[in-house]
Write a protein that binds this ligand. Structure first.
Ligand code: AMP
Length: 281
């Protein structure tokens, strides 16, 4: 496994691999790796000759300074996990390597950032897209892998990559869960023992929501989810939205012929937990 921190090093490495016609798969992360991240590496390894994983905690992506300060940093453990996973290259750029870079791109996410995370985390997607676009420019992968856990992020990355004609394929990968159903997240380690014990109720609620679709209207379902979540000690529903899987537009009735998904964010103290489920397909 090779670790690079300079963009020229990665760019040169990729250029050389391309000469021997090797395909390049890419996984972008903010570190504090868990099995969810490793599943992306695994899928990338199955589909490519070389897999590159970046670790960069992007300050622009955090609209809340406290969230940024508390975000876990576990580089040494991350490198061990990636080595065990046989990831070929790790790119750990400094903030300067990423931001000190002329890029006049103006993003337009259409309606995709006008809902959910776009409303609750102003500036988050702009910050995310800037960095992901720069990472794409530096790494120039054939294929990049992103988790469906951050579904809105995945939709936005698909859109700007296509709008900007970036020559790569974006693959969405399924959510990896703990054995009790909680979606894996670097933020789970910030939960107290008590909070962690209660957290699987989020996915339990989502699964029940799916069962209720045939006999409950979207607005009643939203009310029910709010009641279920807010009655868990110390848990507060930030939002539960029912939206079209492609456009992310709100679904008000089940007659719309689209894939309907439920998107949830729950605040547990200072920790924000995100999850989603396909309700109707
Ligand atoms: P992050 O380090 O949180 O920016 O995540 C890096 C990538 O891993 C993103 O594409 C995430 O969507 C993905 N990811 C994070 N958690 C999971 C999970 N539990 N299952 C699948 N993918 C995940």
């Amino acid at each position: 496994m090779i670790v690079f921190s300079l963009r020229e090093e990665v760019a040169n490495f990729v250029k050389n691999q391309r000469k021997s016609k090797k395909s390049i798969g890419f996984v972008a992360t903010m570190g504090a790796l868990h099995r969810g991240h490793l599943s992306l590496i695994d899928i990338a390894k199955q589909q490519n000759d070389i897999v590159i994983c970046s670790i960069f905690v992007n300050p622009l992506q955090f609209n809340n300074k406290n969230d940024f300060d508390k975000y876990p940093h576990t580089l040494e453990a991350d490198l061990k996990l990636l080595d065990a996973e046989k990831c070929d290259v790790i790119f750990t750029p400094s903030t300067d390597e990423i931001y000190n870079y002329p890029d006049p791109t103006v993003f337009n996410f259409g309606q995709l950032d006008k809902v959910m995370e776009g409303v609750y985390r102003p500036g988050h997607f702009e910050g995310m897209a800037k960095v992901v676009k720069r990472l794409f420019d530096i790494v120039q992968p054939d294929t990049a892998y992103f988790g469906e856990k951050d579904y809105q992020q995945l939709a936005i990355i698909r859109k700007f990559s296509s709008d900007l004609h970036i020559p790569l394929t974006i693959i969405g990968c399924p959510i990896v869960r703990e054995s009790d159903g909680l979606a894996m997240s670097s933020r789970n380690m910030l939960l107290s023992h008590e909070q962690r014990k209660l957290a699987p109720q989020i996915f339990e609620t989502l699964k029940e929501t799916k069962e209720k679709v045939s006999r409950t209207s979207p607005s009643e379902l939203k009310k029910w989810v709010a009641q279920q979540i807010n009655k868990i000690e110390g848990f507060e529903l930030e939002y539960f939205e029912i939206a079209n899987a492609s456009t992310l537009e709100t679904i008000d009735n089940w007659y719309e012929k689209t894939i309907a998904m439920g998107f949830i964010v729950v605040r547990v103290g200072t920790v924000r937990l995100i999850d989603n489920i396909v309700l109707l397909s």
